[in-house]
Ligand binder design. Structure first.
Ligand SMILES: Nc1ncnc2c1ncn2[C@@H]1O[C@H](COP(=O)(O)OP(=O)(O)OP(=O)(O)O)[C@@H](O)[C@H]1O
Length: 289
């Protein structure tokens, strides 16, 4: 078995019956209720759902930053007890060290792993080259665009050889054009690495474009409402977003999330009241004057 086959055989994430409660302003509430989900080795899985449904909470549990109140979370059959280099994390905020140059940022984790200067320089330069960032290896983060910073963040997370990549709205801070390009870059990088990815996003199109499967969560308390396989061939290309399969999936996911977004607004809004509120009639218009 070569190194690539070995990495394919690992990176299995399994969450079973996860329950999380938080306390806010002195009162407890259930943030996540009875969530079970899995990511197979080498699979790209997204989680979508309305704001506040617990998506980041689930990612933080897999990252080992947070312990659930009940339920079981494992990676390759072993209980997750805390953060580990086996699980790389990329957040929306570019968490690069501003005082280090691009290559030094990528080398940081390798240095902690005890890799020699020569080896880590070679590895960082190879990875930066694959991400089209080699010409910027000696730049500081604040000399880069948002998209480039996030590419460096992804390369840095991948450098230490994690078996799983956890991404929490990684492109959320980017403008829509850059975001689309980043999705393409990520899907190409992922095809080369074939690493397991758990990806959190608000963006339905992004979830479909990137994923093998998409989990949809309910409004708080977050549960799994649906699990949707994405039956689109790889490699993914931008033209696929106009295909009948893509548009059907988009419609299905949009409708599932809309129901939950309305529920998240407290139940006082439903489809009828939403349209009624815009048809005020003459009396309503007068009342607003
Ligand atoms: N450490 C914490 N203490 C108290 N409440 C928390 C904590 N972390 C998250 N919450 C609350 O739990 C709920 C779920 O939060 P979470 O960030 O996981 O949701 P999300 O689906 O990722 O939201 P968004 O899409 O808006 O980023 C929210 O109501 C949030 O305010």
């Amino acid at each position: 078995m070569n190194a690539r086959d070995e990495s394919l055989a690992t990176g299995h994430i399994d969450l079973q019956h996860i329950q999380v409660t938080f306390t806010q302003q002195g009162s407890q509430f259930t943030a996540v209720s009875d969530v079970s989900l899995h990511v197979e080795p080498g699979e790209f899985v997204s989680v979508v759902g309305p704001s506040g449904c617990g998506k980041s909470t689930l990612l933080n549990i897999v990252a080992g930053f947070l312990k659930p109140d009940s339920g079981v979370v494992t990676m390759d059959g072993k209980s997750i007890a805390g953060p580990s280099a086996e699980r790389g994390v990329v957040f929306q905020q570019y968490s690069l060290f501003p005082w280090l140059k691009v290559r030094e940022n990528v080398e940081f984790g390798l240095k902690l792993q005890g890799m020699s200067r020569h080896e880590r320089e070679t590895k960082a330069r190879t990875l930066l080259g694959l991400a089209g960032l080699l010409p910027f290896e000696n730049h500081y983060p604040d000399q880069l665009s948002g998209g480039m910073k996030q590419r460096v963040g992804i390369v840095r997370a991948l450098a230490t050889g994690p078996r799983v990549l956890l991404m929490d709205e990684p492109f959320g801070a980017l403008d829509s054009q850059t975001r689309v390009v980043m999705q393409e870059i990520l899907t190409h990088m992922w095809q080369q690495w074939k690493i397991s990815v758990l990806f959190i996003t608000h963006d339905i199109e992004e979830a479909i474009f990137l994923s093998d499967r998409v989990y949809v969560m309910t409004a708080r308390p977050g549960r799994i409402k649906a699990e949707i396989p994405v039956d689109l061939p790889r490699p993914r290309t931008p033209t696929m977003t106009a295909s009948p399969v893509f548009t059907a999936l988009h419609r299905q996911l949009k409708s599932l999330i809309r129901e939950e977004s309305l529920a998240a607004m407290g139940g006082e809004l439903d489809a009828n009241s939403l349209s009624a509120s815009w048809h005020l009639g003459q009396e309503g218009v007068e009342a607003l004057r």
